[in-house]
Design a protein around this ligand. Structure first.
Ligand SMILES: [Cu+2]
Length: 129
């Protein structure tokens, strides 16, 4: 394990600790939730992801999904063969969701799997290296 991976793991642990520490606090989640440190922000609107080209390091990856459109959306990650490897929960309009997934190096696509959304343009490419 190299230094960068150790650093990323440390960040993830710190994030988890912060989430636990805030557990009994003033609500959390939903609109206005803060982006976790080290996470990759993706904005979901009707009908696209912003950005639609994303590069991350291999290992545990945390996406911070922000639904800025009028419809609910989710995020599915599929490998180069088209096989789904992860799916976020449904993100309601004006809500945010933290979506953590462990990914090996490779080329992936991501998309919203609600009916018609991907066809309307709600997809992107994810490079893990
Ligand atoms: Cu969608």
């Amino acid at each position: 394990m190299n230094y960068l991976m150790r650093f990323r793991l440390l960040l993830v642990c710190l994030c988890l600790a912060a989430v636990v520490a805030c557990g009994g606090g003033s609500g959390g989640g939903g609109e206005g939730a803060n982006q976790p440190a080290g996470s990759h922000k993706l904005v979901l609107v009707d009908f696209k992801f912003q950005p639609k080209t994303v590069s991350v390091g291999a290992g545990k990856v945390t996406f911070f999904l922000v639904n800025d459109g009028p419809s609910a959306h989710d995020m599915v990650i599929a490998d180069s063969s088209g096989k789904s490897v992860a799916r976020s929960t449904l993100v309601q309009p004006s809500n945010t969701e933290t979506f953590a997934v462990t990914l090996a190096a490779g080329s992936y696509v991501f998309y919203c799997d609600l009916p018609g959304h991907r066809a309307a343009g709600m997809e992107g490419t994810l490079t893990v290296s």
